[in-house]
Write a protein that binds this ligand. Structure first.
Ligand code: FES
Length: 212
């Protein structure tokens, strides 16, 4: 005689409440995964070192010598200047924007309508081929139609261990004349790092010959 089959365990169907609970749990898990992914995405550097938008690290030997004129860094879209006594005593300098001595990285795009201005050694100034705006080596506008000074990138001076010894002052140049200004490299500087992702907008400047 065949043995009686063991009764199968009874499985109670999922209730509507349980079903909604599981759906809610799955939605929350998905939301948390997306939020975590987005956080990691935004925390990662968006641009590689050495490409525009990222940081450019230069040895001290790549910095132009004092008052030797701007040096072009096309990949970073900036001019690197090292201003000294000659620049500081430039008689064309508007009195509202006295030249600070030291290094600065000037964004290569004209603040009028976005053309690429050029350094013109014979006139010792930047000139824009599109509509004629002119700027001194420190980025100060001396002729329009541009209505403000050129934009600057933040520079950090690094010692041999990579420690930051000094950096471009950030802030609004309209409120703080030191913001974005050149600064003297401290002793012990072996490299500078220019962050082309951190731009300081030039101060408002509209008077003929430059000035507020
Ligand atoms: S874009 Fe440079 S002067 Fe107009």
């Amino acid at each position: 005689m065949a043995a009686a089959a063991a009764p199968s365990p009874s499985v109670s169907p999922m209730t509507r409440r349980e079903f909604l609970y599981y759906i809610w749990g799955a939605s929350m898990a998905l939301l948390l995964a997306e939020t975590g992914g987005a956080t990691i995405w935004f925390a990662l550097p968006r641009f590689k070192a050495g490409e525009f938008g990222g940081a450019f690290t230069l040895d001290a030997s790549q910095i132009p010598s004092v008052d030797s004129g701007p040096k072009d860094f096309p990949d970073g879209r900036f001019w690197l200047v090292n201003l000294g006594p000659k620049s500081a005593s430039d008689s064309r300098q508007p009195k509202d924007y006295p030249t600070q001595q030291g290094v600065a990285a000037i964004y290569k795009v004209c603040v009028h309508l976005g053309c690429l201005y050029k350094w013109v050694p014979t006139n010792d100034r930047f000139e824009c081929p599109c509509h004629g705006s002119k700027y001194l080596a420190n980025g100060v506008r001396v002729d329009g139609p541009a209505t403000r000074n050129l934009d600057m990138f933040i520079i950090e001076a690094l010692d041999a261990s990579g420690k930051v010894l000094a950096k471009t002052e950030s802030g609004d140049p309209n409120a703080d004349p030191k913001a974005g200004s050149p600064f003297l490299l401290p002793p012990g500087t072996v490299q500078i790092r220019i962050d082309t992702g951190k731009k300081i907008q030039g101060a408002f400047n509209t008077k003929p010959g430059g000035g507020k």
